[in-house]
Design a protein around this ligand. Structure first.
Ligand code: IMP
Ligand code: MG
Length: 193
């Protein structure tokens, strides 16, 4: 059943394409705050660099950082494993934007919107470890565990387990659309097929 109250801030043109709201703005904000408090405890006294993975993680990242109780520096990377207008990962990761600062000796927290196969995070973690960081941890809003193919991937902070559906909103897109929706929802199949 579609939760219409969650669609208040959704452009009409997009509302008709949402099959279901999976996580409401209220649920996400509550969980994000809990995650930020846990992360703040874990990083007390450590020089933290929060690295957002463009573009999907931006909304989640800005929400999370509002609640951090430890100092941090910000940086961004952009990688791509999706072809345009596709809902499937191509499997190979391409680095499109590297860090702006040398991460050597720093504690890096990678902030992602969603882990699917785990290919992107496996690649990012080994790339960053090769730069001699003090530590590399992973934080994601959503985890589609069922779809994992990468082995040995430990995700340190997870917002929610996500059903095996292509999702949009809260930063996540299909073909660069739907990113600004304040909830996470799944699309009707006709919207992406
Ligand atoms: P992975 O490498 O297969 O784990 O894919 C991770 C990246 O693919 C995520 O960071 C997302 O940007 C993107 N992605 C995977 N599933 C979805 C989805 O359902 N909606 C939007 N983006 C997705
Ligand atoms: Mg992403």
């Amino acid at each position: 059943m579609l939760d219409c109250s969650a669609l208040v801030n959704c452009p009409n043109e997009w509302a008709g394409k949402i099959e279901r709201v999976i996580f409401t703005e209220t649920q996400i904000e509550k969980r994000v705050k809990e995650m930020a408090l846990q992360i703040s405890k874990d990083y007390e006294g450590k020089p933290l660099v929060a690295v957002g993975i463009l573009t999907g993680a931006v909304v989640f990242m800005t929400s999370l950082l509002k609640y951090f109780l430890v100092p941090y520096k910000l940086d961004f990377m952009m990688v791509s494993s999706y072809a345009s207008k596709s809902t499937k990962s191509s499997g190979s990761v391409v680095l499109k934007k590297d860090l702006g600062h040398d991460p050597a000796g720093k504690h890096i927290l990678i902030i992602e919107d969603l882990i699917d196969t785990g290919g992107t995070l496996t690649w990012l973690r080994s790339y960053l470890m090769s730069k001699k960081c003090a530590s590399v941890k992973l934080c994601t809003l959503l985890d589609k565990k069922e779809r994992r193919t990468a082995e040995d991937i430990v995700v340190d902070y997870v917002g929610f387990s996500c059903p095996d559906k292509f999702v949009v909103g809260y930063g996540m897109d299909f073909d660069e659309q739907y990113r600004c929706l304040p909830f996470v929802g799944c699309l009707k199949p006709e919207a992406y097929q």
